[in-house]
Write a protein that binds this ligand. Structure first.
Ligand code: DC
Length: 221
């Protein structure tokens, strides 16, 4: 495996991208970047500042305002906005509901694209998102497109976050986010050219990590 390897992991919400990407990065001694956390951080800032997240002009006008820092240690990924640790707040229901509309705004995507490319830099990193293999880093040596049945994704999300949450409601939210993420005109969620499709419905986390580690190691042989 070359030390400048970039592994792009794209896919639908709840397909297991985060746990898988962190696991792969840990196994291979690579950095890890959660680009979804960056979109969530920007969304958190918009909500904090009373900006209407459905007003794309207002969102675009402020896309450059917050200072966003992403820590890339797979053991302890971090995210700060204007020096505030927002790792917890960006997972709130309010942010989750607002992040898809914010991420359709081209000025938001452009801003974060620049930050993402600066972090990916010379490589040695696993990057998860929706458009990494297609737009952010199409030259990635390994590209993965992860999916899973909506039922399985909703069940995993419910177990992860709060057992009291309704599985059907979680599934509806996931499907709505899929529609927005796949339907937007700028950098929609799509299987990038050359991406390996992994349907994780019937695999455990460890099995999926193993498959990707094998692909990364095989890439440089
Ligand atoms: O991976 P996640 O659920 O934390 O991502 C949150 C949202 O951010 C997701 O609904 C769409 C958006 N996103 C994006 O548009 N492009 C990315 N590369 C990553 C996330």
């Amino acid at each position: 495996m070359s030390s400048d390897v970039v592994v792009a992991v794209d896919g639908t919400s709840g397909s297991g991208k985060s746990s898988t990407s962190r696991g792969v990065a840990t196994r291979l001694g690579l950095r890890y970047l959660d680009t979804g956390a960056m979109f969530r951080a920007l969304t958190w800032w918009m909500l904090e500042h009373g900006i209407d997240v459905h007003d794309s002009q207002a969102v675009a006008a402020h896309a450059g305002d917050p200072f966003i820092e992403s820590g890339t240690d797979p053991h302890a990924p971090s995210i700060h906005v204007d020096g505030i640790d927002v790792a917890g707040p960006i997972r709130s229901e309010e942010v989750t509901a607002a992040v898809s509309p914010v991420s359709t705004v081209p000025a938001v995507r452009q801003r974060l694209l620049e930050l993402q490319r600066a972090i990916i830099g010379t490589g040695g990193i696993v990057v998860e998102g929706r458009d990494i293999g297609s737009v952010v880093w199409p030259q990635a040596q390994v590209k993965i497109y992860m999916s899973a049945d909506a039922e399985a994704r909703a069940a995993r999300r419910t177990a992860e976050h709060d057992h009291l949450v309704d599985v059907q409601a979680t599934k509806d939210v996931l499907l709505m986010r899929d529609r927005i993420d796949s339907g937007r005109s700028t950098a929609p969620l799509t299987r990038a050219d050359g991406a390996v499709h992994l349907d994780t419905t019937h695999y455990t986390l460890d099995e999926v990590i193993e498959m990707i580690v094998g692909l990364v190691q095989g890439e440089s042989e």
